[in-house]
Design a protein around this ligand. Structure first.
Ligand SMILES: NC(=O)c1ccc[n+]([C@@H]2O[C@H](COP(=O)([O-])OP(=O)(O)OC[C@H]3O[C@@H](n4cnc5c(N)ncnc54)[C@H](O)[C@@H]3O)[C@@H](O)[C@H]2O)c1
Length: 249
């Protein structure tokens, strides 16, 4: 299988209908074991139960460096060194620039960008020691076109930040066998988007997407499996858009 003997750490993967748990499930179907990190303990418990043997939950706030470093140490002790890190934890706020207070900015940039930086910093020594690893940063179409549907400017900025970070990690660590790429989803049906639009708004969005449908978490999960696996061995520093043609460069 594509991910035999593979350990993937996926952040923000407790949400039952989210991109992280769909990625964990598909990676497991391809042979991986997964460590899923989240702040929501109840969701972690139920998602691990539904994923079954091979899924391990760790409560961790990725914006807290001390806790994040300790969490990666625990994972290495319990399960061994990670082969893949998916920096998926994220939050958004549908606010305009003038409504964004300092706390809002810190919260959104904290989870999306600082959390990605902390997890990458925590996993890197394990990957360097073995001379291999794949880091996948979850960005957004919002980074590319200055706004998606829900994210404010602080979200666009944070998601653009993870692209810059991804390129730096790709460039600086390629010689060590470590690859880093990003995925930029468009409109994906998860709890981040659920129930926030009227039927008419939803239809308008569907009609504006060239593929004629919104995305599913599995659409994104398939790209993460590809970027984690040896199929993408020579791919680093790349952004993969998963948006049904909603944004074409
Ligand atoms: N759904 C979309 O349309 C869409 C589009 C583009 C990008 N994305 C990105 O994809 C990723 C996953 O989004 P989703 O739609 O599955 O959202 P989701 O809300 O279903 O999942 C996000 C998870 O992150 C966790 N989380 C939040 N703060 C955390 C923290 N500090 N530490 C650890 N975990 C934390 C939440 O508890 C939740 O389980 C996010 O980075 C999001 O910005 C989503």
């Amino acid at each position: 299988m594509l991910l035999d003997n593979h350990l993937a750490v996926i952040t923000g993967a407790a949400s039952a209908r989210g991109i992280g748990s769909a990625t964990a499930r598909l990676m497991m179907q391809h042979g991986a074991r997964v460590a899923i990190l989240d702040t929501d303990q109840d969701a972690l418990d139920s998602t691990c139960e539904s994923l079954g043997d091979g899924a391990h939950g760790y409560r961790c706030d990725v914006t807290d460096w001390t806790a994040t470093r300790a969490c990666f140490q625990r994972i290495a002790q319990d399960l061994g060194p990670p082969d893949t890190l998916v920096n998926n934890a994220g939050i958004t706020q549908p606010k305009g620039l003038l409504e964004i207070e300092e706390d809002d900015f810190d919260a959104v940039v904290g989870v999306n960008l600082k959390g990605t930086f902390f997890c990458t910093k925590a996993v890197l020594p394990y990957m360097q020691e073995r001379g291999r690893g794949s880091v996948i940063n979850m960005s957004s179409v919002s980074a590319e076109r200055g706004g998606g549907i829900f994210g404010g400017p602080h979200y666009s900025a944070a998601k653009a930040g993870v692209l810059g970070l991804m390129r730096a990690v790709a460039r600086n660590h390629a010689r060590e066998g470590i690859r880093c790429n990003a995925v930029a989803p468009g409109f994906i049906e998860t709890d981040i988007t659920a129930g926030k639009l009227s039927a008419e708004q939803h239809q308008g969005i569907r009609e504006s997407i060239p593929a004629g449908r919104t995305g599913s978490p599995e659409d994104v999960a398939r790209i993460c499996v590809f970027l984690a696996s040896e199929l993408s061995e020579y791919v680093t520093g790349e952004v993969v858009d998963v948006n049904g043609g909603m944004h074409i460069d």
